[in-house]
Design a protein around this ligand. Structure first.
Ligand code: SME
Length: 162
């Protein structure tokens, strides 16, 4: 049996994303379909979920939205906690190749080895993020980063138009 390469999977996911973007009617539907697509299509994306900033919360709070994978204990994350808090507060993509070596890491599953978190912007302001955990160390390379950032971009643009 042939093993499909990661780059092929990424190419297929990009094509599918553009289809989802044109077929879904709301940002909420788009986020739900992106979580499903990435979890099903990308073999090392073992947990995929959105955290969105709670409107009006003081202090700011990330709240779990659509996700695929096992339930996480972290349904609400303040901005000063976790890899998730770091990405949302800095407005920058965070990639952690070995979560056990990062003191910020909040454990979701004992199997998680690496993680990527990409902020979502609406008119230049962070409104949430896309978080992906992998059971494999260093699972997120340059092409994965581009793919996940593209997803976050599509969601932000859709929210701008709602
Ligand atoms: N690991 C994240 C918490 C969320 S779970 O991975 C789903 C963090 O360190 O912020």
């Amino acid at each position: 049996m042939a093993i499909t390469s990661n780059s092929n999977k990424i190419g297929e996911a990009r094509t599918e994303l553009d289809r989802l973007n044109s077929e879904t009617h709301t940002a909420d539907q788009l986020m739900e379909s992106i979580a499903l697509l990435l979890n099903q299509q990308m073999l090392k994306y073992n947990w995929v979920g959105f955290y969105m900033l709670e409107p009006g919360a003081n202090p700011p709070m990330l709240v779990l939205g659509h996700f695929q994978g096992p339930m996480t204990p972290h349904t609400r994350i303040p901005l000063n906690q976790g890899i998730c808090g770091a990405a949302a507060s800095s407005g920058k993509t965070v990639i952690v190749d070995d979560v056990m070596k990062d003191a910020r890491y909040l454990a979701c599953s004992l199997e998680t080895k690496s993680e990527i978190v990409v902020p979502i912007f609406v008119h230049g302001t962070v409104v949430g993020e896309l978080d992906i955990d992998s059971h494999f160390p260093s699972a997120f390379g340059v092409a994965d980063r581009e793919l996940v950032e593209y997803c976050a971009h599509l969601v932000g643009k859709r929210m701008e138009n709602e």
